[in-house]
Design a protein around this ligand. Sequence first.
Ligand SMILES: [Zn+2]
Ligand SMILES: [Zn+2]
Length: 290
Amino acid sequence: MMDINEFIMGNEVAIRLSFFLGVFAVMAIWEFVAPRRALSISKVLRWTNNLGLVFINSIILRLLFPAAAVGMAAFTGEQGWGLMNYYDVSPIIAVIVSVVVMDFIIYLQHVMVHAIPVLWRLHRVHHADPDFDVTTGARFHPLEIILSMLIKLATIILLGPPLIAVVIFEVMLNATAMFNHSNIRLNPVVDQWLRLLLVTPDMHRVHHSVEDDETNSNFGSNLPWWDRLFGTYRAQPRGGHDKMIIGIHTYNDPKQVSWLHGMLWLPFIGKINSYAINRRSWHSDSDNNE
Ligand SMILES: [Zn+2]
Ligand SMILES: [Zn+2]
């Protein structure tokens, strides 16, 4: 295991970057060849702004957390911290359990950012995207990226996952985020079987609906089981995938939802309302519980 760990520590950025670029290229070509829906704004505008946000986030993460998640996993390993280090778990079991537990934590975190009004302000930058494609998968406000990293580091301290599990999880999360946000047409039968194991684009697209009951479903990132287990699973959007409206009802000014400066500012506009899970109101002020 020692050699693997040294290799991971020495090549962490290269491993993650090559998987990111590889999967991104595959999904981008697939979207071009077999698109699911027509985009509402030009791809050039979408990609420049969404990827601009991704670029800013990478720099911020590098500056704030230079050792990143694998650094924390190495540290907890040395210190003997966390469940997997405390108990003598076999390496294979430790990797499987760690990846599944980390995915579950991400599911809970996703439910939380929808339920808590201030956190929804950050997460709505992801949802305000009026279209759904491979770049939506990485479009998050820098403050939400920092929050995610803090939750991930706390999880690693308590769990003590093997280094390889952290790398597998990060690469997998990144790859599936691009896959399940991609604007691709998958055969319905393939989709049906695939979503027993993995969140598919059709499954996650439901979560990007403007309808509140649809957006508050399908929170899963990698594994689709949490939604089925906790009652947040919804198979298809009411209006169908071609007609469903993607985004947030109250935010549709291109300057706010499609341009980089607008996205960065989006969490700070509008008064604090009572949005919590299944209680989002957009009709008028009288509908709010304020
Ligand atoms: Zn969400
Ligand atoms: Zn999403």
